[in-house]
Each structure stands twice: as structure tokens, then as C-alpha cells.
Design a protein around this ligand. Sequence first.
Ligand SMILES: [Zn+2]
Length: 95
Amino acid sequence: MDTSKVKTVIVIESEVTRPCPVCGERLGGSGEDFEKSLSHALEKHDYALLHVGPLTFRDDRDDLIHGVIAVCGSHKTFPPRPARDKDKPWVFGVK
Ligand SMILES: [Zn+2]
């Protein structure tokens, strides 16, 4: 894929879920959820995998969290979806 022509990206993280920017399905999570999310972006919306690698950050208790992040890109643009309450990102471990 020619990355200079990428117009939209989907970021998938093992420690955070967020809505798919195309259809609103919740993406992200660890293990099988991460795999399903990646398949969703690649197969359902024809995104290409641009990057996958480790993700490290500190949570609200200052504990070091390790995860995985994947960035998928597309040459297409999609109309913006109206925001919904359940679209708010949710970070694992944060109360
Ligand atoms: Zn989707």
C-alpha cells in the first residue's frame, strides 16, 4: 500500500476500546478481541495494516501497562458518523 495516499486510519489498542470510525462497532481489547478488531478493519472495510507494535503507558495508579497497538490505513474516506454516548473511549482498569 502506498502510505502517502492514506486518507483515514483506524487505531486498535489492546487496552482501550473505541468505536469503529466507519460503522461504530466497538474495536480493541486484548486477546481474541484484538484479533477480531483487526480482522474487522482489514476484511470488513478493506483497510491495510500499516503498523503493529508494543504499547506502554501508565494507568491512573501509575502502574506500567503493556499492550499492543495496530494502525490500519485506507485510501478511502468515510462520512462522519454521529457521536453516540456509547462511543466514548473506555480505558481498561480506570474506574
Ligand atoms: Zn467497522
